[in-house]
Design a protein around this ligand. Structure first.
Ligand code: GLU
Length: 519
């Protein structure tokens, strides 16, 4: 067999917002495709018209755009194996269903929903399969004339797959090894419904994977139970030779307790389970998203990549997408579910934030200021970011020790930067820094200091320095901490000359007189 070009696909159903688990599936497909110089296809599986949600497809595309996961082919990306939206491929499926009927691996069934319900009530654990199908109304139990007259009368029917019982089916899985089940436990799955002239997920999925020349099916563990049927379908079509390799990814588990991660866990513990905010078109309910919560896409990607895989000993957890492409190993993915550690997600965001360049901070900071109702110039914002950057990563505490600030989100910056834009209105007398640095003599000292500052003409770092340094020397004073109390209100912030220059003469003096009056 000749080597085939690696082709993988991400094939969501547009039934709502993309779950964070789906993002991980897409990411693993992306890493695998890039690593092998292959293609990643974006296919929309929308054959279940009853579950279609408007806006879901657009939402999914926007999510990947934000996350930086690029597709080579598919809905909105083009390619020569389309259409890539299943609802636009009816002719293809109809033709393939006919193939299976003609070769005897599928049959027509006329049982109405009411008849099936009645059967289920009558027979405990009823399953439509080899043991029951001849007692049902289908093209295997009825004569050809009967079937034809039903068809002529316009009766609705479904096409079912004819599963032969008693056979061992092997699903080779790149993560789980050889998974074996007995065909007797499978039912004769519906492949097509005449009522809406649409195939079911199983048929459309197989046909498309084949026609789109997919080589590897990488998807969530919840699809593992479908895999044996898919193996049988490939065989029924005569495509076993090019059947894709399966890899079923581990489940994402609740952060606490047992079971699958759900939206409710996120609501309860306060973390999003969707990449972007989602506005439900029917209920109007708004679900939070990683983007709106202030996560950086790179941090989300890095965090998700490690839910079910890790690069092994000796590798840093912080990895760029390029590094992940190099290191990723599908066969080393875990079989066991991965706990969704949302605290770790915030840690990753912190790591990415502190590695950002100054210019990357500014747009996010600008948004934050707007939310706080602050009008600032781009120059002011750049200045604040420059002054705060070091403090964000590391600052020296009162005892001279180095500490890291716990900035996980851009919004955490607000309490650390508010004083640049708003004068302190209240002073906390109980605050250790305020208590220590504001004594009986301070008001007098600050008044004299303010007088000196008012004589500074060039109110820049250099200009202030030139006037203040000699005065401080001459007076034998150390006004810095008290000055900080005036301008900031607490023991926080950048170099005092820098801060004063940023605020300007008028604001600096006004804050000083206010503190002198108030304290
Ligand atoms: N449409 C399925 C989904 O929503 C695709 C499953 C598969 O990848 O085969 O996840």
């Amino acid at each position: 067999m000749t080597e085939r070009k690696v082709r993988v696909r991400f094939a969501p159903s547009p039934t709502g917002p993309l779950h964070i688990g789906g993002v991980r599936t897409a990411l693993y497909n992306y890493l695998f495709a890039r690593q092998h110089g292959g293609d990643l296809i974006f296919r929309i599986e929308d054959t279940d018209s009853g579950r279609f949600v408007p806006g879901a497809e657009e939402y999914i595309l926007e999510s990947f755009k934000w996350l930086g996961i690029k597709f080579d082919e598919g809905v909105s990306f083009g390619g020569d194996k389309g259409p890539y939206r299943q609802s636009e491929r009816r002719d293809i499926y109809r033709e393939h269903v006919k193939q299976l009927i003609d070769n005897g691996t599928a049959y027509l069934a006329f049982d109405t929903p009411e008849e099936l319900d009645a059967k289920r009530k009558d027979v405990e654990n009823f399953q439509y399969d080899a043991s029951t199908r001849l007692a049902m109304r289908n093209s295997l139990s009825m004569s050809e004339e009967e079937v034809n007259s039903l068809l002529e009368s316009g009766a609705q029917y479904v096409v079912r797959f004819k599963v032969e019982p008693g056979e061992e089916i092997h699903v080779g899985d790149l993560i789980r090894g050889d998974v074996m089940i007995n065909s007797s436990i499978l039912d004769d799955k519906v492949l097509y419904k005449s009522a809406d002239d649409l195939p079911t997920y199983h048929l459309a999925n197989i046909v498309d994977d084949h026609l789109m020349e997919v080589t590897h099916v990488i998807r969530g563990e919840e699809w593992l139970p479908s895999a044996p049927l898919h193996v049988l379908l490939y065989r029924a079509f005569g495509w076993s030779d090019t059947q894709p390799q399966f890899a079923h990814l581990p489940l994402l588990l609740k952060p606490v307790g047992n079971g699958k991660l759900s939206k409710r866990d996120g609501d309860k513990l306060g973390f999003p389970v969707f990449p972007l905010e989602w506005h439900d078109p029917k209920s109007g309910e708004v679900s939070s998203g990683y983007r709106e919560k202030g996560y950086l896409p790179e941090a989300v990607i890095n965090f998700l990549a490690l839910l079910g895989w890790n690069p092994g000993e000796g590798h840093d957890e912080i990895m760029s997408l390029e590094e992940m492409v190099k290191l990723f190993d599908l066969t080393k993915c875990s079989k066991n579910g991965a706990k969704f550690d949302y605290v770790k997600a915030a840690w990753f965001n912190h790591q990415y934030l502190i590695r950002q360049k100054d210019e990357d901070w500014v747009p996010a900071f600008d948004k934050l200021l707007k939310e706080q109702g602050i009008e600032a110039t781009a120059k002011q914002e750049t200045e604040v970011v420059r002054m705060m950057k070091l403090k964000v990563v590391e600052y020296t505490d009162g005892e001279g020790g180095k500490k890291k600030r716990n900035i996980s989100f851009v919004s955490d910056l607000w309490p650390l930067t508010e004083f640049f834009f708003r004068a302190p209105k209240e002073f906390d007398r109980e605050d250790k820094f305020v208590r220590k640095n504001w004594t009986e003599t301070t008001a007098g000292e600050m008044t004299r200091f303010a007088e000196v500052l008012s004589t500074v003409e060039d109110f820049t770092v250099e200009g202030i320095k030139q006037v203040v340094d000699p005065w401080v020397e001459e007076q034998g004073l150390k006004p810095w901490n008290a000055w900080r109390v005036c301008l900031v209100g607490k023991g926080q912030g950048p170099d005092m000359y820098e801060l004063a220059a940023f605020l300007g003469k008028e604001e600096t003096l006004s804050r000083m007189y206010y503190a002198i009056k108030t304290l």
